[in-house]
Design a protein around this ligand. Sequence first.
Ligand code: DGL
Length: 222
Amino acid sequence: MKIGLFDSGIGGTTILKTAKQAFPHEEYFYIADSKNCPYGEKSDLELQKIVSKNVDELQNWGAEIIIIACNTATTRCISYLRNKYPKIQFIGTEPAIKLATESNSQNILVMATPGTIDSERTKTLLKENQKPGQNIQLLPCPHLADTIEYNYNDHNFAPIIDTLKTIFSEVQTTPDTIVLGCTHYSLIKNQIQSFFQHAKLIDGNQGVIHQLGKLIKNSQKH
Ligand code: DGL
């Protein structure tokens, strides 16, 4: 099958890599839309234009399944995209709040872009999954994704660490679980872990791969 993915840059490459390992016989197309990075600080209207352009391009290449390899674009635009392109099968990437709350975690820190943190979808995920006694802090991380986008490939970690220091000054209690609610953050797991050595770090990537497996299997039945 032809599978398209897009993100505001390199964040979604972790999903691409895992998908290729899990399903090596499929054909993949990836849009690293770094000229529009960061998505997480844009309005819904701006985002809708940007994501439509990416989907049009992937559709032109023949993509039958499109993975939105970006939490921001998923939480803010997936319903819009499903309405606009009913023939395409979309898979979204969401902050793994459900997974985090299913564990015994007491203090969960959700890191995501301001756009994801403010989204209705994140509020719903919280409302549906938070257990009694569980403390969940939603932590907006302004400009972390773009700092990663512009420095990661050069191994220039100092600006990334500086941005993390500022962001983490808002953390209220020591987290036992950290949800990486932006695909860019999966690239800097080691740097995040160095601030909270005992925390378990989780992202939404496995959920995406699971969903992709189901769609591939389904298509083989027809
Ligand atoms: N990697 C993206 C996400 O998962 C987008 C980050 C951004 O461009 O702000 O949210």
